[in-house]
Design a protein around this ligand. Structure first.
Ligand code: PLP
Length: 491
């Protein structure tokens, strides 16, 4: 065949192929009526607070999904009707002392200051929304300036996403785009969020829900492992060993591939783990030596939980390149978070885009709530209040640990404590589901509500709790722990 004939044949077959492809897409057989006239049930016309417990339960059974726990757990979650001070009330008339500020976030309890409520309502009335790329509003300028003033050093640039996970996503994107490198180092004992990247950054069991599909997250051991220790006769030697291990890991991965070391300043969900003296200074030095950014995740610890405004302020001389916060930023009254970065990082994005966004970034109503909440924390001297509660908090932790053989050890800083439990043979009781379920019942029966994650039991009440309420909480917890002692086989 001549070249022209070949070209002609190809052209014809292409045309024939395109026009006469012998394929029929499948016919829709499962037809669903999706245009019924719009109507809602009359129950929606009842004023809020008027649904019976049964109506609520029925709707929850039929329509509500839960997240980290199996779905059936929703049938036993209490129906909460209202809150007052540090207490939550349910539909059965029970009054619970909130022993962990829910997810360590309701830091001001349940009577928010009028300044927070009034300003937030006013913003919602006057201007409920401005898209952050379309208009600047005064509250955005004010919140950023306020936070720049309370964060040390030149942590001057701010993004305001809606959750802690999102704030950490921003941190990861920022670090990768700033450094041009990809790997992130995190601790095993850590939680950084439920989105794809942050779940893989996480070390705890939740990582296995799907985050493991994401590459470039490297896990390091915490400097304070709970069930073994580093070699060394003194804490200083053991800390040095932990740092040596981290540096060896950095060198093995290749410093030119590592964008970020991303750590909780003080590990929250993983058990109130405070890094030993000198450790964070060592991490900062490793970051400086190998041109890696340092991020402190303050989502749980930020805004006062540890007795300082930010957890990393317990580490003399250390300034992170990126800091994230959420929960305490608005005392959980409205979803908002922050990603703060140092001036040189902010400046690097003057000509380049950060490359992250969300419709609700810098939401006016959320920022107003956060602004007044942070001012309230400062003006009402919440840090001073926490300081004054230290003798009671410390005594409470010590007393419970002494009273209960199921408690192996505990750690405490500011308004955050954690007991580690163990079995009579010293083993980890993590899998003793029945024993912890019995403890959960006793916890509730003694008027406490909160989150605990076996083998660890957290103590993190709202920051404004009174001395009497705090001691009362320890007494209730004490009573519940007798059930755990027994259930774990100590009596
Ligand atoms: N980082 C830390 C240290 C946290 O404790 C949490 C939540 O508990 C997150 C990130 C995720 O925050 P969020 O649940 O608001 O997405």
């Amino acid at each position: 065949m001549s070249t022209a004939a070949v070209a002609h044949a190809i052209k014809n077959s292409a045309v024939r192929g395109a026009k006469h492809w012998p394929h029929k897409s499948p016919a829709l057989t499962k037809l669903v009526e999706n245009n019924a006239p719009l109507s809602i049930s009359p129950e929606h016309d009842l004023p809020m607070g008027c649904w019976s417990s049964q109506q609520i339960r029925d709707s929850v059974t039929d329509h509500t999904m839960v997240t980290w726990a199996p779905g059936k757990s929703r049938h036993n979650i209490p129906i909460i009707t209202h809150g007052e001070g540090v207490y939550l009330f349910d539909d059965q008339g029970n009054k619970f002392l909130d022993w962990t500020s829910q997810a360590v976030c309701s830091n001001l309890g349940y009577d928010l200051p009028d300044t927070v409520i009034d300003a937030t309502m006013k913003q919602m009335k006057e201007l409920p929304f401005v898209y952050s790329g379309l208009g600047i509003i005064e509250i955005r300028a004010r919140l950023a300036k306020l936070l720049a003033e309370i964060l040390p050093g030149d942590l001057d640039g701010f993004v305001f996403p809606s959750s802690g996970s999102e704030a950490n996503e921003v941190a990861i994107r920022m670090a990768r785009r700033y450094t041009g490198k990809n790997k992130i180092i995190n601790w095993y004992r850590s939680y950084h969020g439920g989105t794809a990247n942050t779940l893989q950054a996480t070390g705890d069991f939740r990582r296995n829900f799907g985050g493991e599909n994401i590459p470039n997250f490297i896990k390091a051991f915490n400097p304070y492992p709970l069930f073994w220790d580093y070699a060394g006769d003194t804490e200083e030697e053991r800390t040095q060993m932990a740092l040596n291990m981290l540096e060896e890991q950095v060198l093995s991965e290749g410093p030119h591939t590592i964008a970020l070391i991303q750590l909780e300043s003080i590990v929250g969900t993983g058990g109130a783990i405070v890094p030993p003296k000198g450790y964070m200074q060592g991490v900062r030095a490793i970051c400086d030596k190998y041109d890696i950014l340092l991020h402190m995740d303050e989502v749980m610890m930020g805004f006062g939980r540890t007795g300082k405004m930010f957890g990393f302020q317990h580490f003399d001389g250390v300034i992170p390149d990126i800091v994230t916060g959420a929960k305490g930023l608005s005392s959980a009254a409205i979803p908002i978070s922050m990603t703060a970065c140092r001036k040189h990082i902010m400046d690097a994005f003057e000509e380049e885009s950060l490359g992250w966004g969300s419709t609700y970034q810098a939401h006016p109503v959320a920022m107003t709530c956060a602004y007044e909440n942070v001012k309230h924390i400062i003006k009402s001297d919440i840090l001073g209040h926490i300081e004054s509660l230290q003798p009671i908090f410390q005594e409470g932790m010590k007393t419970l640990a002494e009273n209960h053989p199921s408690i192996k050890q505990y750690r405490q800083i500011g308004m955050f404590g954690c007991f580690d439990t163990h079995l009579p043979d010293g083993e980890n009781p993590q899998l003793q589901a029945e024993a912890f379920a019995a403890y959960g019942k006793a916890y509730k029966k003694n008027g406490l509500i909160g989150i605990f994650r076996a083998p660890q039991l957290h103590v993190a009440p709202p920051l404004m709790i009174s001395p009497e309420e705090l001691w009362d909480g320890f007494e209730r917890n004490d009573k519940a722990l007798y059930t755990l002692d027994e259930a774990l086989g100590f009596v």
